[in-house]
Ligand binder design. Structure first.
Ligand SMILES: [Zn+2]
Length: 222
């Protein structure tokens, strides 16, 4: 074989090996990046479901305190908020299952189930929870929804958009309840969408839930 042909042969072997090595490294990097994208979504779902679970326990306790205080309107409100949070938790848990991940609620601690605020009054619980929900909502700024959109996961993005919208409704209803000075102003009742956790008071609601299009006749009444 001529030296020129040998040189061409070596060049081809070298170029082929270099190409294969580049492709291998690229596919490894893309795999890792995809893996970390999924992991972020899974982490966001875990965080949201655990937070919703803990918040539902707080609302259950606040509803019990409202019953002790003979404040039926706020008892209904806290029961409805607890239900809304449980629906958020279930939506996230279902999504985690689809990702092949599992969800178990965080261990119920003394802190999460018997909040010291429940030993105060319903008015105190209302004011405390309004502050904490506003802070949580302001800090999150829809960041989990944005991350899900960026990762191209429309299913999970929709869950976080529903939760964000629902949490805005929580704030509105807590504010409205705070403006009502006396429980004797008439007992308020509330409706919760069973699919997305969106919440209304019975005086004003949509025929179809604007988030998930569920008909109002399916809403659960408190
Ligand atoms: Zn809905």
């Amino acid at each position: 074989m001529k030296p020129r042909n040998i040189a061409i042969m070596f060049f081809c072997i070298f170029a082929g090996a270099a190409l294969l090595a580049t492709l291998h490294v690229r596919s490894k990097m893309e795999g890792r990046s995809m893996e970390s994208q999924w992991q972020t979504t899974i982490d966001d779902l875990q965080t949201a479901s655990s937070a919703a679970y803990i918040q539902s326990l707080h609302y259950d306790a606040y509803a019990r305190q409202a019953a002790i205080d003979h404040d039926a309107s706020r008892e209904h409100l806290f029961q409805a908020l607890a239900q809304s949070e449980r629906i958020h938790e279930q939506m996230c848990a279902r999504a985690l299952k689809l990702f092949g991940s599992s969800y178990t609620p965080p261990e119920a601690t003394t802190d999460s189930t018997t909040d010291t605020d429940t030993t105060t009054t319903t008015a105190g619980n209302l004011s405390h929870t309004l502050t904490s929900v506003r802070t949580r909502h302001r800090l999150s700024q829809g960041s989990a929804a944005t991350r899900a959109i960026e990762s191209g996961n429309r299913y999970v993005a929709r869950i976080f958009i529903w939760i964000d919208g629902s949490n805005r409704r929580h704030i509105e209803l807590l504010e409205h309840s705070g403006r009502r000075s006396s429980p004797s102003e008439g007992v308020m009742e509330y409706l919760v969408c069973p699919k997305c956790g969106n919440i209304y008071h019975t005086a004003s609601y949509d025929i179809y839930c604007p988030f998930c299009r569920t008909h109002y006749s399916d809403f659960k009444r408190f």
